[in-house]
Design a protein around this ligand. Structure first.
Ligand SMILES: NC(=O)c1ccc[n+]([C@@H]2O[C@H](COP(=O)([O-])OP(=O)(O)OC[C@H]3O[C@@H](n4cnc5c(N)ncnc54)[C@H](O)[C@@H]3O)[C@@H](O)[C@H]2O)c1
Length: 324
């Protein structure tokens, strides 16, 4: 029989895509989510425990019979983390520690963690390898790095093995339109461009005087279903008894914001007004993953293109309109 996996934050964007794939591959899945930002409809056929990581007893109850944890639950907005850092240290670090303590007490030894390229801050070398210095530029990034550090220290002392997956820019939706990104507020660039197209508004490019080929920021957009596949590989890797590791998850291809706008226009067949705004503080000029470690050790390969990302996200925006 396939193992049982508890997915914290499984009602959220990346979590729900991973839950779907785990179920499809025969895993027993228990979602642990307080629905503060997630959606019950996103959980599908998985068991849903409405619980909060602030409550260690709730976590311990949900961990009964679990073989591995995939930990997505967190507060995720960089700008909000600057305005209200206490919320981020509370939810992402202190509540995260509750999860680790509950795992220790329940004897659950494997965890896959949603880390972020935000832990690198302003990387010196691009494409970014896992050896790049980690020096975040936002409280959000620091909370992710602190959790990585806790995992590092927990292994020696309590034998918890972990895979920290440092995502670059997660994007896209499931191709059947069933689930996709729905954040409130939405801060991610692809849904923002698509919504501007719908509303006929103007899309602002933040800065076009960076040291990049066309002056706008370059990012690495990774399809959420490719991310989901990496999580399954990471669960298998840990359950096979392998040691803790950190992996960058990106495509390895950089796309500038201006190139992204052109691709969106081509894929959707729609036009959009664009204006150039000021730079945003803390935005690194280029964030592109060197993903060779995940390819080599996990046997993971991202296969979806930027056009797949855009077309699936566009179809998902249609679905959201239908859902009202
Ligand atoms: N979206 C990206 O591009 C990106 C990039 C790098 C890292 N990440 C990380 O990936 C993870 C998932 O991101 P997402 O975009 O799917 O976010 P999301 O907000 O869609 O999902 C997070 C889920 O966690 C739940 N949650 C939050 N706090 C909780 C708590 N205390 N107890 C129980 N449930 C709680 C929310 O209800 C939500 O369902 C996060 O940890 C995020 O930091 C995301």
């Amino acid at each position: 029989m396939k193992p049982t996996v508890m997915v914290t934050g499984g009602a959220g964007y990346i979590g729900s895509h991973t839950v779907r794939l785990l179920l499809k591959q025969g895993y027993k899945v228990r979602v642990f989510d307080n629905l503060s930002a997630g959606h019950e409809w996103a959980v599908g056929d998985a068991e849903l425990v409405r619980g909060d990581l602030a409550d260690k007893n709730e976590i311990k109850n949900a961990l009964k019979g679990v073989d591995a944890v995939v930990h997505f639950a967190a507060s995720i907005e960089v700008a909000e983390s600057v305005a209200d850092p206490a919320k981020y240290y509370r939810n992402n670090v202190a509540n995260g520690l509750n999860l680790l303590e509950a795992m220790i007490e329940e004897g659950v030894k494997c965890i896959v963690f949603s880390s972020s390229c935000a832990t690198y801050g302003q990387p010196e070398k691009v494409p970014v390898t896992e050896d790049e210095k980690q020096w975040p530029v936002s409280p959000y990034g620091w909370t992710k790095l602190m959790f990585e550090r806790m995992l590092h220290d927990m292994e020696g002392a309590y034998g918890i093995r972990s895979a920290s997956l440092r995502y670059f820019n997660a994007a896209g939706a499931s191709p059947d339109g069933g689930i996709g990104e729905l954040h409130e507020p939405e801060t991610h660039v692809i849904p923002l461009i698509l919504r501007r197209i719908r509303s006929g508004g103007t899309f602002t490019v933040f800065g076009d005087d960076y040291d990049t080929p066309d002056g706008s920021c370059v990012r690495d957009y990774i399809h959420v279903d490719d991310l989901a596949e990496a999580h399954i590989k990471a669960v298998e890797y840990l359950l096979a008894g392998n040691p803790s590791e950190q992996f960058n998850l990106g495509t390895g291809n950089g796309t500038s914001v201006k190139e992204l706008v052109e691709s969106v226009k081509r894929v959707t067949g729609r036009d959009i007004d664009v204006k150039i705004g000021d730079r945003r503080p803390g935005d690194p000029p280029m964030l592109v993953a060197d993903n060779s470690k995940a390819r080599r050790i996990l046997g993971w390969e991202p296969v979806r293109t930027l056009d797949d990302v855009i077309s699936s996200a566009w179809a998902w925006e249609d679905e959201l309109l239908r859902k009202g």
